[in-house]
Design a protein around this ligand. Structure first.
Ligand SMILES: NC(=O)c1ccc[n+]([C@@H]2O[C@H](COP(=O)([O-])OP(=O)(O)OC[C@H]3O[C@@H](n4cnc5c(N)ncnc54)[C@H](OP(=O)(O)O)[C@@H]3O)[C@@H](O)[C@H]2O)c1
Length: 333
């Protein structure tokens, strides 16, 4: 297929450090341009990454007819506005998570997608990582018996007042930043939607962002729970438990691009991990995979791996979690 020509909106850390280097390894796409509110930042990033064009505004780049698709890693409050603008400029959009600040805001993207006949996808790279696809296949084939529970931990420590995660007015906080992952992956593994949720949330006294959150999701087939924190030891792990076994994903969310990932499968016959088997995956860069699959969808060679409707369903769970944290009780999704 002819490589899809991409433009990058902003010099966001995640783009420059991980997503662009991952995508540049692919022959299914080319990164044609990068933009920034500050031309010198765009030029520096273009030079560092070997990107041919640099633009001093997002709008200027969106007007470039050569660009077919854009990647939007702006702070969370700008996900919908810039994605809408890019779609109206005729570009396909891969937009960072969470797709919006709430489900009603994300609905605007359905209209933008349909009126412009473009693809819009939330950049949940975990959903195409081989370790998650394998975990779902194992559950589907009954390897752990009947699925009962998914449990996740995801945390890091960040109290930098200049970091977007610590700015409440632009969509900071742990639920948006990392709570969205256990929500999307639990829905992926259960292959259904939770009906109600409860969330216990503690906020940072200065930033007012949520920094510690325990969530429970009630699914028709079982339960999912998670603990996420922006001010706790750096750690991540997922357990998927059934009536006859369990699957443990060692590095579930920030899967390393240059090292093999591992999952453990245990029938529980012996304590202390004695009965567990290890499956090791070939090295993959999940951002390369994500960019390639979206590029193939742009060329019409496959359907996109995550629909906008699915992302809106994820936002409905996030919305319910915020409501529950306010009211202190269960909230229907
Ligand atoms: N999928 C993943 O693995 C992953 C990992 C980390 C983050 N993310 C997501 O990626 C997004 C960006 O995160 P990040 O940590 O890379 O953020 P970041 O480094 O702060 O980048 C955000 C960029 O947005 C631009 N911007 C425009 N208006 C802004 C404003 N009012 N305040 C701050 N920046 C503004 C800036 O670029 P210019 O100055 O060049 O215009 C800035 O560099 C978030 O939505 C986050 O959830 C995803």
């Amino acid at each position: 297929m002819a490589p899809v020509k991409w433009g990058i909106i902003s010099t966001a850390d995640i783009g420059v450090a991980k997503v662009i280097p991952g995508m540049l390894q692919s022959d299914k796409l080319e990164i044609t341009a990068i933009s920034s509110r500050d031309l010198s930042k765009a030029e520096a990033a273009a030079k560092q990454l070997g990107i041919p064009k640099a633009y001093g505004s997002y709008e200027e780049m969106l007007a470039d007819p050569e660009i077919e698709a854009v990647y939007n890693p702006l702070p969370n409050h700008l996900h919908v506005p810039l994605t809408e603008q890019a779609a109206d400029a005729g570009k396909h959009v891969l937009c960072e998570k969470p797709i919006s600040l709430d489900a009603p805001e994300a609905e605007k993207l359905i209209a933008a997608r349909d009126r412009n006949k473009v693809l819009i996808q939330e950049a949940f790279m975990v959903r195409s990582h081989p370790q998650w696809l394998r975990a779902r296949d194992l559950v589907r084939e009954g390897r752990i018996g009947d699925l009962r529970a998914v449990q996740a931990l995801f945390s890091y420590f960040n109290r930098d007042p200049n970091n977007v995660r610590n700015m409440a007015d632009i969509g900071g906080g742990g639920l948006y930043d990392i709570g969205c992952y256990p929500i999307t992956t639990s829905r992926f593994i259960f292959e259904e939607e939770p009906t109600r949720v409860v969330g216990l949330m503690e906020r940072d006294p200065d930033f007012k962002t949520d920094r510690l959150l325990s969530g429970i999701m009630d699914f028709p087939k079982g339960q999912a729970s998670f603990l996420v924190s922006t001010q706790m030891v750096n750690y991540q792990r997922v357990h998927i438990c059934g009536t006859e076994g369990r699957i443990e994903i060692q590095i579930p969310f920030n899967a390393p691009p240059k090292e093999p990932c591992k999952i453990f499968i245990d029938d529980g016959s012996k304590h202390g991990d004695v009965s567990r088997e290890t499956e090791t995956f070939d090295v993959v860069d999940q951002y390369q995979v994500q960019g390639e699959l979206f590029s193939e969808a742009v060329r019409g060679n496959r359907s996109q791996i995550l629909s906008l409707e699915n992302s809106i369903a994820n936002m409905k769970v996030i919305d319910a979690m915020f409501r529950s944290a306010e009211t202190g009780g269960w909230s229907d999704v």
